[in-house]
Design a protein around this ligand. Structure first.
Ligand code: NAD
Ligand SMILES: O=C(O)C1=N[C@H](C(=O)O)CCC1
Length: 258
């Protein structure tokens, strides 16, 4: 039985993760931590306000769904205590990722940073990477619920990185825009100048379109998470397999063999 802790336990994703872990026969929820509402209960255990609860409960792995500022502190702390980290938190910079690589190094604790645990999203990113060399225009539109604090989404930034890497030195069709009547109308320019547009919409959960264009044709790859339950199989898989994946791994792809 893997002993699992959840950081950000009273949040939307933390609450779902506590319930999913508590309901899994081969995992045991042993600690739940959140700075908001310590003393509440999630997945049948009391929520603590202190990271120390993870060490006290002898966690093998901690699932983190917080904000980048909190995860930046928690993940190196977990590395120092020899506890594996599975984080779905988004909003990381390249410098943050370097810090995590040096915190986990080749030590006993491993780290998975997955911007999206839904299998449909993992495949959407893979399909976008496959399409990239064949089109000279690409734009990303990500759609999320109205409580999301970071933009663009972690999924969109990783998708843009992967499209740009797959395209390599091949030139993109130039953007003709000379003037934006509304600043930002063309979205944010990501790697390779790929435009990323963020929508925040009451009623939505997490969705993305990747649109590719070439002479006389276009391809749209669409992914939808209608419910947070879509992320839970990926979270549980990560807890079960993290001991087999040393260092810092980005994305669930290698865990799924995609
Ligand atoms: N990877 C994925 O599949 C996936 C899916 C959904 C959300 N996310 C990401 O997960 C993160 C959380 O999303 P959410 O919708 O659950 O947000 P949320 O606001 O509902 O929950 C975040 C929780 O973190 C807690 N928190 C904040 N700072 C803390 C600190 N210093 N110490 C302890 N707890 C702290 C908050 O109190 C809150 O309960 C976001 O970065 C989001 O982008 C990723
Ligand atoms: O609800 C969120 O916030 C989500 N964030 C992830 C991201 O930033 O890519 C994806 C899943 C939902």
């Amino acid at each position: 039985m893997m002993r699992v802790g959840v950081h950000g336990a009273v949040g939307r994703m933390g609450t779902a993760a506590c319930e999913a872990v508590a309901g899994a026969d081969d995992l045991e929820l042993v600690a739940a931590v959140d700075r908001a509402a310590p003393g509440e209960e999630r997945g049948g255990i009391a929520v603590s306000g202190e990271l120390k609860a993870f060490a006290d409960a002898e966690c093998d792995v901690v699932v983190d769904f917080t904000v980048a500022d909190a995860a930046r502190v928690a993940l190196p702390w977990l590395a120092m205590h020899g506890i594996h980290a599975v984080t779905g938190t988004t909003g990381w910079s390249d410098a943050d990722l370097d810090e995590l690589r040096s915190a986990f190094g080749d030590g006993p604790a491993h780290c998975l940073i997955a911007p999206n645990f839904a299998i449909s999203a993992v495949l959407m990113m893979r399909f976008a990477e496959l399409a990239a060399p064949h089109f000279d225009t690409a734009e990303i539109i990500e759609y999320h619920h109205d409580r999301k604090v970071d933009a663009p989404s972690g999924t969109a930034t990783v998708t843009a990185d992967r499209i740009a890497a797959a395209r390599g030195d091949a030139p993109w069709n130039p953007d003709p825009t000379e003037h934006e009547v509304y600043p930002g109308a063309r979205g944010g320019a990501g790697p390779g100048g790929i435009r990323v547009h963020g929508v925040r919409m009451h009623g939505m959960v997490a969705h993305q379109d990747v649109i590719f264009g070439a002479e006389g044709q276009s391809l749209t790859i669409r992914q939808d998470s209608y419910d947070r339950s879509s992320f839970m199989p990926g979270v549980l898989l990560a807890c079960r397999r993290i001991a087999d994946h040393p260092g810092v791994v980005i994305g669930l792809d290698t865990y799924l063999g995609v």
